[in-house]
Write a protein of this length. Sequence first.
Length: 579
Amino acid sequence: MKQSNHSLYLRLFRYSRPYVGRILAAVAASLLVAGSDVTMVRLVKPLVDNILVGGSRGLANLVPLLIIGLALVKGIGRFFQEYYIRTAGQLVVQDIRKDLYGHSLSLSMRFFSRSSVGNVMSKVLNDVGLLQTASADVLVYGARESLTLAGLIALVFYTDWKLATLAFLVLPLIVFPMAFLGKKIKQNSGRGQRAMGELTKVLQEALAGIKVIKAFGSEEYERERFVKENRKFYHFIRKVIKYDSASSPTVELVSYIGIGGVMWYGIQRVLAGSMTQGEFTSFLAAMLMMYAPVKRLTRVNNKIKQAMGSAERVFELLDEVPDIKVVPSAVSIGRARGEVQFCKVDFAYDNETVLQDFNLRINPGEVVALVGPSGGGKSTVVGLLTRFYDPQGGRILIDGQDIRMITMDSLRRNIALVDQETYLFNDSIRDNIRYGCPGASDAAVEEVARLAYADEFIRLLPDGFDQHIGDRGVRLSGGQRQRICIARAILRDAPILLLDEATSALDTESEAVVQQALSNLMKNRTTIVIAHRLSTVMHADKIVVLVKGRICEEGTHQQLLALDGVYRRLYEMQFSERF
Ligand SMILES: Nc1ncnc2c1ncn2[C@@H]1O[C@H](COP(=O)(O)OP(=O)(O)OP(=O)(O)O)[C@@H](O)[C@H]1O
Ligand SMILES: [Mg+2]
């Protein structure tokens, strides 16, 4: 959605409100800077008229002191102005970045399944970065140069309003080309940032999937993908540079048309005796001095336009509404007993129905296994209970309470999940296990590692529990990673335990041991186990066979065998595989 510049400015302005003290201090300091510049120009007239033309020696000695004094005032003013305004800019940008990150984390899985991580990263890093450099320039020069310019303009009008009017007749000639160039800059900068987003996406995906790239020898393909996006970025940034570079000469040309007119008319008047040499020189000095602030303000204007492209992208992400809504009347439920109920749940990720009329009731402490062919919707059931997604129809209840009426925090505190995708952070083993319970003691961490049958291999590592495990835990084997995840879930000590292929990467022997640990853990906990290997779910209180989003059989192992249906076929196939 395109946002008007007006609303973008307003939103950026809102971010700067907490730092109004710094900004005012900077504006005050700008007054010193502008004041000393204008005074300096103001001195030209008496200098020429009284000293050069009038020949006053006493005043001549004062001049260097005055100039040094003014430079000192200006220097001090500049220091404080830059210091306060640049720190204010950094603080604003820091707040935006913080909000952006916090907001991204709060977005639902649906958002992440349709947008790329690289793009989000690019917004948080590149776009905010551009806002940061732009804000530094804009804030430092914006106020200061405008004030200097305003002072100089006042001075020239004060000196000779007719001459000044003549000089400013050329002003409209500046406005139109600048507006055009500004628009082009904003447009292309926005496109460039989008290309940068794609570039970050390619980079992020390639580095995360480096193993696949190497295994399939697709380095060249990836390199070309990168080069393409890199070039695209250049294509747009080149245009930004082009329009930006065109603006200074345009302003310069137009200014000199004004100055030319002033020269012509001014000289006529000095010759006619209706203006002193001092007045004319002072006027001309002011006009020439105006050139620097005008040029800087043009730059600032371009920077603003460039930053607006990024601001638009940043606010686009901030405006992304989380589709998992927590109602204001949601309650915190404390520790649940663990009764779970799915009532007539219908769910689709996009258009295709994944679960249809799904009904399941699990009593506190019961173990229910979900089995069935791949893609049947098993992980989806778990994702709905954790509210990664909300169903389109039906209700999900914990202890009889609709989970949409429970605060997210207390819902998640009641659930421990070991997912199909084991995700570990690039941190020590200890901190990975402790991830869901930051306050847990070392002893507790070691105890759960023992229960998850992980302490044995951990103790063999050079640094034991303090061993760093690399990105996503690449320095561990698949089975080792799984055991860390199980330990993490055990430590969580939640009344509802969700195990989605939690032991699939283990060999039969360690699986049996971990299974033993898990069945100890399942005591007094409501558990949903998902497993393809039926030997791990045979002892569940209830087994649910899910095919294409529908429950086609349910019962105990024995009942399902007796039923002689899908379950029995699956079971016999696995049975014959083994022996
Ligand atoms: N994030 C998603 N966006 C869109 N469709 C999805 C998403 N996740 C899963 N699906 C689709 O939903 C269906 C059910 O997927 P689900 O992961 O629940 O299956 P599963 O029973 O857990 O399979 P498996 O045994 O292979 O893990 C599949 O057809 C899949 O293509
Ligand atoms: Mg699954």
